[in-house]
Each structure stands twice: as C-alpha cells, then as structure tokens.
Design a protein around this ligand. Sequence first.
Ligand code: DP6
Length: 317
Amino acid sequence: MPDSSVIVSAAANIALIKYWGKSDQPGNQPATASLSVGLEDLRTITRVSVSETDAIIGELGEQGRARLSSFINRFREEHDIQQALNVSTENNFPTASGLASSASGFAAITLALTHLFKPEMTDLEKSQVARQGSGSAARSVYGGYVEVVLSDDSYAQPVMPAEDWPLDVLVAVVQENSKAMGSSEAMKHTAATSPVYADWIDTHKADMDIARSAIAERDFVKLADISEHSCLKMHSTMMTSRPPVLYWKPATVSIIHLAQHLRAAGTQVFFTIDAGAQVKLICAPEDTQTVVRALDAVEGISRLIKTRIGGEPRISQ
Ligand code: DP6
C-alpha cells in the first residue's frame, strides 16, 4: 500500500552562477542556466499527509500560502489526484531575513508530493516539477554542487557531490526584515528596463563553463573570481533598472571589501549575494576561522550562520 504520510527535509541553496530572468515560455522557465551549492543546515521541513480536508499549516504569509496552495493544486490536477492533503511546513532558519526559502520550500513540497503520488519519477523530473514553483527550487532536489540546464523543460542535475570538495559557507545577516521586492518581480522588472540585461544573457553560458571547470579542477581562485563576477553582474542589471533595485546595505558593501581584501592576502574566501542584503561567504575550511574573526570587526552584522556545502534532501515517514 502506498504511504499516506511523509516528512521531507530539503535544504536551501546558493547560486554561484546566478539565475536571473525568465524566458517567455510558460512553466516558470528560466532565461539563464545556473550553478549552485546546497546549504547543509538551512532547511525546510515539510510534512504531507492524506487527510479529510485540505490544510496548510506554517508561517508562510498570505502570498507564500497562496503560492504553495496553487502549486499543490496544479500538481493534483496534472496527475489526477483527488485526495485532500494536510501540509505543515517550517524553516529552521530566519525566513523574514530574505534567505532563500522558496528554493528549500518548493523542493520539500515537490519531494513530498512525488514520494506519495509519483514515486516512479526520476530526480530530473522532480526538479522540473520544483522549478515550476520556484526556479531555484529545481536545484534543491539534490545536495552538493548542482546546475540547471536550459531546455524546453529546464531541469537541474548534480555536478559534483559536496564531499568531493568540502567548503564552508558563512551567512552574514545584515538586514532582519523582509526585502522590498521579491526576486520573481525584480527579475521581470530588470529584464524590462535594464540596458545591460541583454549582456547578462549573452555572457551567461561562458560564465557557466568557467564555473564548471573551476569545480572540476577544485580551483578555488577561479571559482571565486567567476562567482563574484556573476553576482556583481546580476546586481548591476538590477541597479541599472528603472527605477533601480538596490538591495545592498552598508554592511553588504563592507563585507564585499573584506572578502576581496582577505583573498588578496591569501585567505580562501569569496562572497555571493542573492536578491537581498545578506552576504554568503564561501570559505576553504582551513580559513573559515580567519574569516569569522575578520567579520567581527564589521559593523551591521546581526547574526552569522555557519554551515557547509551539502544539503542532500532527507525523506522519512
Ligand atoms: C537571485 O528562484 O526566487 O536567488 O523562480 O521567480 O521563484 P522564482 O525566482 P527565485 O530566484 C532566485 C534568484 C537568485 C539567484 C539564484 O538563486 O539563482
């Protein structure tokens, strides 16, 4: 008899080569590929059970709840599922601070629904389902180093397991409240109004190729350079939008300078920033303490979350 209840823990991820922009095709198709790393300790835990009536329990906010509910309904319609579902979901990290909760959230619900109703689906197919909820969620179907491949039905695939190149990740929270504009809206606005958006699209494939080879070669400096470049290029498309989208806070800029200064002195660290003010620092484990100590001197960091590359999803009853 198939399971009637499942618990999934899916991890957030951080893109080193960013996804920013959507294609004209339906199904939340990205305009760019992307390459990310899973964050071992930043997780969404979602429980789904077949029930008498539909319910969604969790601190999602009105918009988040509507988005999750329409995702579940679309999955049920597509696969002709009649059962009512009780869904409860929570993050073990501060959602309001704009850390990537849509990635772990939509990956978790996708893995729960497919476990219960479509266990024959491959991981690739699951990533396509997750992508329809949120582009970055396609990547959270796996742990470690992951890429999104562009196609008529774009999907994610593993690049390398985390243990083949173990790196630490520090998340410096510099803004506790929610960001002004969500990424879905900001990327549409950017595509419509930034004069440098076309260059972003044109140069993206070359950035992916460099990142992939940096990972294959375990070349920290090469990965650092291309990741910071992708991050700053994405933010430059936002800053040149009209009106501009500027997520950064003074502490965001201080940490960028710190990372560059540390790396110039031989410390293996680089920064990346998503659609928000928080900075994620990727460090070689032997250098993490040096980075943590240096961050002590930066004003405006309200908390520092220490994790590592990982994030393999977990499924239990
Ligand atoms: C800056 O995956 O949140 O984090 O598909 O509209 O849900 P939707 O967008 P989302 O965008 C992520 C943007 C990013 C870069 C990245 O994660 O690749």
